[in-house]
Design a protein around this ligand. Structure first.
Ligand SMILES: NC(=O)c1ccc[n+]([C@@H]2O[C@H](COP(=O)([O-])OP(=O)(O)OC[C@H]3O[C@@H](n4cnc5c(N)ncnc54)[C@H](O)[C@@H]3O)[C@@H](O)[C@H]2O)c1
Length: 276
């Protein structure tokens, strides 16, 4: 990492909480310059305070990733302060569940604008900055939900599949510019993601809460896997074993995979397992 990025500059969206915060603190501990961006100004200031305690001097940027102007401003702040950035992480996101026909237009608008448009805005602003300096690494946060789709999660699955597709496209498209691309696809790990959870009935909230409660993965585990993937220039980060197993099974036997998921769903076996 040191050889590739001697200037050690990283920009992270959604750095006020969960994975984004853990990643910001990791880089700060490693002596990196960290730009923390989040829509929640109070939360991101708390992350910044922790970075200062570690001896860092963070850039604190209030930024709504759905607004291109905000992300452009973030890009300008980073360029002015540091003359560029080495790693740009499009992490901000929200979660949702719901039966397809019941998801409202407002719920679609919210999740599409944050999870998809937010990442698009980050790419549009930060690719030219990385390109100007002739190298860099772009990291996009997706989810295992984008690799193998479970029922009653259509909006979330769709947005995360879009982030995977975008990242796979950029992995090749940006090769000529010496910009590397990594996409993160974890299953459930404990963060504050449920605070933003939208659903069409409480059943989905209970299911998601149960998945979170059963998870033994921490943000720090996902950070470690992500940093390793950046160092090794890997396209995919699928940190958990169950995520890798599900992804492999789906790729090898897609029809069987979805027939089995459908069978379990119809029989209500997932409900029994999750206690909903
Ligand atoms: N926690 C999990 O189980 C899990 C699994 C797979 C993927 N993810 C993804 O990880 C990413 C980070 O989520 P987390 O789990 O750390 O949740 P979190 O809720 O703890 O953190 C998300 C952060 O994003 C910020 N944010 C939300 N909307 C924003 C906007 N419009 N502009 C800027 N910032 C915004 C929030 O204020 C919050 O600080 C998300 O993209 C999520 O989909 C999480």
């Amino acid at each position: 990492m040191k050889n590739r990025f001697p200037r050690k500059r990283v920009f992270i969206t959604g750095a006020g909480s969960g994975f984004g915060k853990a990643l910001a603190l990791h880089f700060a501990r490693e002596g990196w310059k960290v730009a923390t961006a989040d829509i929640n100004a109070e939360a991101v200031e708390k992350t910044a305070e922790e970075i200062r305690t570690l001896g860092g001097e963070p850039l604190v940027i209030a930024c709504d990733v759905t607004k291109l102007k905000d992300v452009e401003k973030a890009g300008r702040v980073v360029e002015k302060a540091w003359g560029g950035v080495d790693i740009a992480v499009n992490n901000a996101g929200v979660a949702a569940g719901g039966k397809m026909e019941k998801i409202t237009s407002e719920q679609w608008e919210t999740i599409m604008s944050i999870n998809v448009k937010g990442v698009i805005n980050g790419c549009r602003v930060f690719i030219p900055i990385l390109e100007k300096q002739g190298k860099g690494h772009l990291v996009n946060m997706a989810s295992s939900a984008g690799l193998a789709c479970l029922p009653e999660m259509s909006s979330y699955n769709l947005t995360k599949a879009a982030v995977i597709s975008l990242s796979e496209t950029l992995r090749t498209e940006l090769r000529t510019k010496n910009i590397r691309v990594t996409v993160i696809a974890p299953t459930f790990f404990k963060t504050n993601l449920m605070d933003s959870f939208q659903c069409t009935d409480e059943r989905q909230r209970k299911m998601a809460q149960s998945f979170f409660a059963k998870s033994r993965t921490t943000s720090e585990d996902v950070v470690r896997a992500t940093v390793r993937a950046i160092r090794k220039n890997r396209l995919y980060v699928v940190p958990q074993l169950e995520g890798r197993f599900v992804w492999l099974t789906k790729r090898l036997f897609p029809e069987t995979f979805y027939n089995t998921v459908g069978f379990f769903y119809k029989k209500g076996i997932a409900d029994l397992f999750l206690g909903v």
